[in-house]
Design a protein around this ligand. Structure first.
Ligand code: PHE
Length: 438
C-alpha cells in the first residue's frame, strides 16, 4: 500500500515536471539544439495534393535554411502529421505536435475549415501558427498567435467578381457552392457582394457537399437561368467532376473558381471540360521574374514537377517563420508571435509579404485561364491602395493566345515592393500583361 502511494506520488511529480516544461518553454531544448517545427496537412484523402505540395515547399525551404547554416546557428527539424483533410483530425494532430513533440511553431493547414479547427489549440498553448494558404478571414480572428502569408477571401472574391463583370462583361452569374466548407461559403458571400455592387445579378445559387458524385440536378437548375458565368468556389476534387457534368449538359458558360482549384489532379478529373474556365490564384509559374524562375527550377529538380501555389506558399511560410525567429532571437511563443506579426516587405516567391494589423498578408492575386491542362496567366489584380511595381518585368513567356489585350505590367514581381498608390474604387485594381511576341 505504502509502495503504491509512493509510486503514485512519483508519477504525479513526473507529470508535474512535464507540464511545467511545456509551459516554461516549448520546443525540444529551449534555446539551443535543433528548432523543431510542426507541419500538419492532408497527406492522404481526397485533396491530398494540398498537403503533399505544401509539405514539399516547407521541406525545401527548411533544407535551404539548414544548408546555409540554420537559424541563428541552429538547424531546423520539421515534424509532419497527416490530418487526412478532416477538421477533428487536424485538431488532434496539432495537439500531439504541441504536447508530445513540443514544437516551437506550427505551419498549416491549407483548407480553412481544417485550420479553423486546429488554430484554437495553438492559441491556447501559445504556440505561433502560420497558415500558408487558408484564406477565410475567420482563421486569424481565432487569436494573436495565428497568422498567414496569403491574401484573404474578401479580396479573392472581389477579384473574380471584377474579372467577371469588367473583363468578361458578365451580367448574370450563378453560384455552385460547397455547403459545409467555410472557405466556399465565404467566397460565395464576397463574390456575390462585389458582383452585385458592380451591377451584376446572381441568378441562381446551388450547393453540394464534399464527396458528392452527381451534380446534374443543380447544374440543370443553373442552366435554366442562362447565366453568363458560373462561380464554383470549391476544391479540385469536386470541381473537376462538376466541370465535366456541366459540359455533358451542354452548358457553355465558363466556370470561374478560386485557389481551391489549383492542383495538377484537377485535369485528371475534369480534362478538356475545364478549357476556357478561369481561377484566381496566388502566383503564376509563368512569371518571368528571376526569383520565381529560380524557385520553379529548384523545385522541379527536387520534386520532379512544377510547383503549384501550395508549394510556393509552403516555402514562403517556412521562410517567413525562419526570418521571424531570427529577428525575435528566441523561439519563445510570446516573442515569436510578435516578430511574425511585425513581418514587413518580406520578399517571397508569392510576392512581397507584409502582414496587416490582423496578421493577414496584403498581396495581389493573379487570374489564370485553364487551357489544355495548363494554367495560363491572364492578369494581376492588386488590392486597394497597392499598384504594380513601377518597373515591371516583361510579359510571361507563355501567354494566353487571348491575352492580346491592353499593354501593361505582368504578375507581381517578388523582387520589388509595390509602390503605394491612391485608394482605388472598387477594392481591386487590374493590370494586364503585355501582348506576347508570337
Ligand atoms: N484558400 C483555400 C482555403 O482557405 C486553400 C487553398 C489555397 C487551396 C491555395 C489551394 C491553393 O480553404
Amino acid at each position: 500500500m505504502k509502495r503504491t502511494l509512493l509510486s503514485l506520488g512519483l508519477i504525479a511529480s513526473l507529470l508535474f515536471v512535464f507540464a511545467c516544461e511545456r509551459k516554461g518553454g516549448p520546443g525540444a531544448g529551449g534555446n539551443s539544439g535543433p528548432i523543431v517545427i510542426g507541419y500538419y496537412g492532408d497527406l492522404t484523402g481526397r485533396t491530398s495534393n494540398f498537403g503533399q505540395s505544401t509539405k514539399n515547399g516547407v521541406e525545401m525551404a527548411a533544407d535551404e535554411i539548414n544548408k546555409a547554416g540554420g537559424i541563428n546557428g541552429r538547424q531546423v527539424t520539421i515534424l509532419s502529421e497527416d490530418d487526412e483533410g478532416r477538421p477533428e483530425k487536424a485538431a488532434t494532430v496539432v495537439t500531439k505536435l504541441i504536447d508530445q513533440d513540443r514544437v516551437v511553431a506550427l505551419l498549416g493547414e491549407v483548407a480553412s475549415g481544417n485550420t479553423l479547427a486546429a488554430a484554437p489549440k495553438a492559441q491556447a498553448a501559445k504556440v505561433p501558427m502560420i497558415s500558408p494558404s487558408s484564406t477565410n478571414p475567420a482563421v486569424t480572428q481565432v487569436g494573436d498567435y495565428i497568422s498567414r502569408v496569403c491574401f484573404i477571401d474578401p479580396f479573392q472574391g472581389a477579384v473574380m467578381a471584377k474579372f467577371a463583370a469588367n473583363t468578361l462583361k458578365a451580367k448574370k452569374a450563378a453560384i455552385m457552392l460547397d455547403f459545409n466548407s467555410p472557405y466556399s461559403r465565404g467566397l460565395t458571400e464576397f463574390f456575390e457582394a462585389s458582383f452585385t455592387k458592380l451591377g451584376g445579378q446572381i441568378v441562381n445559387k446551388q450547393s453540394y457537399t464534399q464527396g458528392d458524385r452527381d451534380y446534374k440536378g443543380q447544374l440543370t437548375a443553373i442552366r435554366s437561368t442562362n447565366p453568363d458565368v458560373i462561380y464554383v468556389p470549391g476544391y479540385y476534387g469536386e470541381v473537376g467532376v462538376i466541370a465535366k457534368q456541366a459540359k455533358q449538359l451542354d452548358i457553355k458558360a465558363p466556370m470561374l473558381g478560386g485557389d481551391g482549384w489549383d492542383s495538377t489532379q484537377l485535369w485528371d478529373l475534369g480534362g478538356d471540360a475545364l478549357n476556357g474556365d478561369y481561377i484566381s490564384n496566388h502566383y503564376s509559374v509563368d512569371d518571368p521574374s528571376p526569383a520565381i524562375q529560380k524557385f520553379v527550377a529548384a523545385y522541379k529538380a527536387r520534386n520532379g514537377n512544377v510547383p503549384d501555389a501550395l508549394a510556393a506558399l509552403g516555402y514562403d511560410a517556412m521562410m517567413v517563420l525562419a526570418d521571424s525567429i531570427k529577428r525575435a532571437g528566441t523561439t519563445e511563443g510570446p516573442q515569436l508571435k510578435d516578430a511574425i506579426a511585425a513581418t514587413k516587405n518580406f520578399i517571397g516567391v508569392t510576392g512581397t509579404i507584409s502582414l496587416d494589423s490582423e496578421r493577414n498578408a496584403v498581396k495581389p492575386a493573379v487570374v489564370l485561364k485553364l487551357q489544355d491542362k495548363k494554367y495560363i496567366y491572364v492578369e494581376t489584380i492588386y488590392p486597394e491602395g497597392m499598384s504594380a511595381p513601377a518597373t515591371s518585368p516583361a510579359a510571361p513567356a507563355t501567354s494566353s493566345t487571348e491575352s492580346t489585350t491592353a499593354p501593361g505590367s505582368s504578375p507581381a514581381n517578388p523582387g520589388t515592393a509595390p509602390a503605394p498608390a491612391k485608394a482605388a474604387s472598387p477594392a481591386v485594381e487590374t493590370k494586364k500583361p503585355a501582348a506576347s511576341p508570337q
